[in-house]
Design a protein around this ligand. Structure first.
Ligand code: FAD
Length: 150
């Protein structure tokens, strides 16, 4: 059951985000738009993630929606070594908290609520600012690998 569940969920294509709270960033694909009025988004964050305490204590957090070609950024904030050179100075827009430079879009959120979700925590953010980058294809994650749409 466990392996079949993991295999099934790996077949669900997702976008890739980097979430920042305070100084900490983390790659997350368990992200969705929850409500339009009020504007809410939801994230699934591992109870073991170092980001989680920062997220629950921070005044605001950001969610950057990655574009095609940002695999190196995603790997870095997932704690994975990647062949792609990564420099936080080049990849991040300074701010409190930072956003990923060149992302398709970024949301600045205030923590609205959080709920237990097994070994993850469901974190709900109220969107306070929307930053739109240049339109383009997204970075996607499907069957345990980054994918390009076309
Ligand atoms: P840490 O291991 O503490 O940090 C991650 C990496 O980011 C480390 O290398 C750290 O040095 C670096 N870093 C952090 N802040 C900065 C900074 N300011 N400047 C420079 N480097 C910094 N996990 C989930 O809980 N939910 C998900 O939805 C989810 N989706 C994922 C999707 C994909 C495609 C991938 C690859 C991973 C996903 N993960 C998800 C796993 C998650 O990204 C990793 O397990 C992550 O390492 C755990 O977060 P942490 O806060 O403990 O990270």
């Amino acid at each position: 059951m466990r392996e079949a569940f993991k295999e099934a969920m790996s077949r669900f294509a997702a976008g890739v985000t980097v979430v920042f709270a305070g100084e900490r960033g983390m790659t997350a694909s368990a992200f969705f738009s929850l409500s339009l009025d009020p504007p809410l988004v939801a994230l699934g964050v591992s109870e073991r993630a170092r980001l989680l305490p920062a997220l629950l204590e921070a005044d605001r957090f950001t969610v950057s929606l990655l574009r095609e070609g940002q695999e190196g950024v995603a790997d870095h904030f997932a704690g994975r070594a990647s062949g792609v050179g990564f420099s936080p100075g080049q990849a991040l827009l300074e701010g409190e908290p930072p956003r990923v430079k060149g992302a398709l879009a970024a949301l600045v959120c205030r923590l609205e609520a959080h709920y237990p979700g097994g070994d993850h925590r469901i974190v709900v953010g109220r969107v306070e600012e929307v930053h739109l980058g240049e339109m383009g294809p997204p970075l996607a994650y499907f069957h345990r690998a980054y994918r390009r749409l076309c």
